[in-house]
Ligand binder design. Structure first.
Ligand SMILES: C[S@@+](CC[C@H](N)C(=O)[O-])C[C@H]1O[C@@H](n2cnc3c(N)ncnc32)[C@H](O)[C@@H]1O
Length: 263
């Protein structure tokens, strides 16, 4: 019997995949107006549901390199004074939005493995005076964080990129305080992707090849000890022909999801 929650280790060469993902997101940071399988920028954030008031208060250059796939802050319910961890924080859009919500008494930690993304976010944080944000270099399946340090873990368009998703959700359960929330947007599929797609490193780096079947994705979250409370569709569309083909054939789609760690 096939364990659908098992990591796709046999399907991709993880080392070359990591290099490809880092190169893709270096370009997202340094050359956001280049050619990608996916859309970026302010128009996308507005279509996904980010309030213009929030976007007006965060660095425009972060939004230019926004490569998220949905809006989930209404599910996160972030309050002043809370601690928020953003998995795969990129050039920082969601860390800046979270920073507005937690205020000066709260803190936001962004984790990303790609140096140019983190460096861009750090520069924009310093220029904009967002003193409550810290960026750390790290892998989201092995977080450089203490147990039970976060009220909320957020993530946008990132977990699909990690071969071992079960390890990511175990790390989320470890760093959340009891009663803490996970609120994310990510790419999932209606049917299991064939190897022709899941072994295509370019489609993987574009947030398609690594997408997990939706029921298996929810099962991996629950297996880590979190309860999935809400799942919603997001208004997200890929733009290249190859990405659109995969989207239509296998039901590749974006969802927003909230899960809770038992109190
Ligand atoms: C699609 S982008 C999304 C970035 C950001 N969340 C946003 O909305 O703009 C994916 C980001 O996740 C990071 N990433 C991918 N896999 C990672 C991993 N295993 N550990 C840490 N960061 C990772 C990439 O470096 C990239 O910055």
């Amino acid at each position: 019997m096939v364990d659908e929650t098992a990591p796709a280790k046999q399907q991709v060469d993880e080392e070359s995949l990591e290099g490809q993902v880092k190169e893709m997101y270096r370009r997202v940071a340094d050359d956001p107006h280049g050619e990608f399988h996916f859309e970026m920028g302010r128009g996308l954030t507005e279509r996904l549901g980010y309030p213009a008031d929030d976007l007006d208060r965060i660095p425009a250059q972060a939004i230019e390199s926004f490569a998220g796939v949905g809006y989930y802050f209404h599910l996160a319910g972030i309050r002043e004074g809370e601690s928020v961890v953003d998995l795969g924080s990129g050039s920082g859009t969601d860390t800046f939005v979270a920073s507005l919500k937690v205020g000066s008494q709260g803190q936001v930690i962004g984790i990303d493995m790609t140096d140019p993304q983190r460096e861009k976010a750090e520069r924009l944080r310093d220029e904009g005076g967002f003193a409550n944000i810290t960026y750390l270099k790290g892998y989201i399946n092995d977080l450089p964080l203490d147990d039970e340090c976060a009220d909320v873990v957020i993530s946008n368009g990132v977990i699909n990129l990690v071969p071992d998703k079960a390890a990511v959700f175990r790390e989320v359960a470890r760093v959340l305080k009891p009663g803490g929330r996970l609120a994310i947007s990510d790419i999932v599929t209606e049917s299991q992707l064939p190897e022709t797609v899941s072994c295509n490193a370019d489609l993987w780096a574009a947030c398609i090849g690594g997408a997990m079947q939706e029921d298996s994705y929810r099962a991996a979250i629950e297996a880590a000890g979190l309860s999935v409370e809400q799942v919603e569709p997001c208004a997200y569309e890929f733009i290249s022909d190859s990405a659109l083909g995969a989207t239509e054939q296998w039901g590749v789609k974006s969802i927003a999801l909230k899960a809770v760690k038992p109190a």
